[in-house]
Design a protein around this ligand. Structure first.
Ligand code: SF4
Length: 237
């Protein structure tokens, strides 16, 4: 997608009427963070571990799979089959969101997919558009995971000790919300929260704890860190 121009803040006049042509669900890499995977997994009655394996590229948990025609794997004959839990980029399309390291937010308008039936309007504001697409929980989760990734990057620059994941009851893949929570709660002898928002908050708490441990030098093993970071980083950052 081409970036047409930059704009900010959320009170800028903006509107977009979707024509329900589904063209924007083709030819796109839909990046997902652990919260978005959690939403989609619950929608399908799966764990995040099962969802990542079944519905993301190579089971890596980074991008939703696409069919041979380039369409998102969740596009059905009548549109999105996971609409209530669709990822942030789908909710805010055709807006692009950019957040600087200091938290400053700006928005860009993206060129609609060729021959898309959608129409830009100036009725309402960006804030209205976000509210109408129930984007707030997704924006918050994106910011929270991006914050963790930035902390991790700083820690890794300061100390090449890794976010290593072997032993000590710590799961191998920190980006996988459910397996991380299962291992953590088992080790701590505490009950798992069932609510997804609470699970997301616990997942972030574990990630930050892990970073604090790494920064404190309590883990001496060398592990490869870049893959772990890239898996956690979702959209919105
Ligand atoms: S998740 Fe739904 S809205 Fe997003 S690209 Fe896939 S089919 Fe389209």
């Amino acid at each position: 997608m081409n970036q047409l121009r930059n704009c900010s803040p959320r009170d800028e006049q903006f509107g977009y009427e979707c024509g329900r042509c589904s063209k924007c669900c083709h030819g796109k890499l839909i990046q997902v963070n652990p919260y978005e995977i959690g939403r989609l997994a619950r929608c399908l009655g799966q764990t995040t571990t099962e969802f990542r394996a079944a519905w993301t590229d190579g089971g890596a948990g980074n991008y939703l799979r696409r069919g041979t025609d380039g369409a998102c794997v969740f596009l059905g004959p009548d549109g999105c089959t996971v609409y209530a839990d669709r990822p942030l980029v789908c909710r805010i399309y055709p807006l692009g969101r950019h957040v600087a390291a200091d938290g400053t937010e700006r928005w860009s308008h993206l060129a609609p997919y060729p021959e898309s039936a959608g129409v830009y309007t100036r009725e309402g504001t960006i804030a209205d558009f976000l509210a109408s697409h129930e984007a707030e929980l997704f924006l918050r989760a994106a910011d929270q995971y991006t914050h963790w990734v930035r902390r991790a990057a700083e820690a890794l620059c300061a100390d090449s000790a890794s976010l290593g994941t072997e032993g000590d009851g710590v799961p191998t893949n920190l980006a996988d919300m459910d397996s991380t929570i299962v291992a953590h709660c088992a080790a701590m002898g505490r009950a798992e929260p069932s609510n997804l928002e609470a699970r997301k908050d616990l997942h972030l708490e574990i990630l930050h704890q892990r970073l604090d441990e790494v920064r404190g030098g309590s883990y001496g093993r060398k592990q490869t860190e870049s893959a772990e970071l890239s898996e956690v980083l979702g959209n919105g950052g």
